[in-house]
Design a protein around this ligand. Structure first.
Ligand code: SF4
Length: 190
């Protein structure tokens, strides 16, 4: 996999501008707009998904479709909201056509943006939603079944990170919702 040598702008304004006009991977020509992320810039909790879907591409905000509504409900149940105390971002900022998984080279091209977002937010805890986000953040090819469960750490600051199911998966497999709700109770410890 190609490793990006791009350095993302060090501040929020520069970063937002760089993402907005980014043409660093082949997701650029098919997007309606980039989806930067949403939430307070110093939120104690950061939630990371894989990439925008059709609704997000249209509205420019992450997790606004059905899966987003479910995520909001789940966060609300633990006293968190995107307006108050959660920053929500994705591994890639542009919609993969047909809602396919982002390709490794696309995730790698976008990685400096996500890394800078995490550096600027400085969350006390990161929650990775689903396999793609977990594998990219933890730089591993381990399956979700192995990554969900133990507490991990992210980056040189060893920020605690745990993995749970992506809400889109929970819509397809509602029987797993209880497990994800259980995962989220860990947030109270941070
Ligand atoms: Fe740039 Fe990321 Fe969009 Fe690719 S997905 S064009 S790297 S902002």
């Amino acid at each position: 996999m190609m490793v990006s040598d791009y350095t993302a702008p060090p501040d929020w304004a520069g970063l937002r501008e760089a993402v907005k006009s980014c043409m660093r991977c082949k997701l650029c020509p098919t997007r309606t707009q980039t989806v930067f992320g949403v939430g307070p810039e110093h939120a104690p909790l950061m939630v990371v998904g894989e990439g925008p879907g059709a609704d997000e591409d249209a509205q420019g905000e992450p997790f606004v479709g059905r899966a987003g509504k479910l995520l909001d409900e789940m966060l609300k149940s633990i006293g968190r909201t995107r307006n108050d105390n959660v920053f929500i971002a994705n591994v890639v900022k542009c919609r993969p056509p047909g809602n396919r998984d982002p390709a490794p080279e696309e995730a790698e091209a976008c990685r400096p943006f996500l890394e800078r977002q995490i550096e600027l937010v400085k969350p006390r805890l990161i929650v990775a939603l689903g396999r793609i986000a977990a594998q990219r953040l933890l730089q591993t090819d381990e399956p979700l079944s192995r990554l969900r469960g133990p507490m991990h750490t992210y980056g040189p600051d060893r920020t605690p990170l745990f993995v749970t199911y992506h809400p889109a998966y929970l819509l397809r497999a509602p029987g797993e919702k209880g497990k994800s709700w259980g995962d989220l109770t860990q947030v109270h410890r941070y």
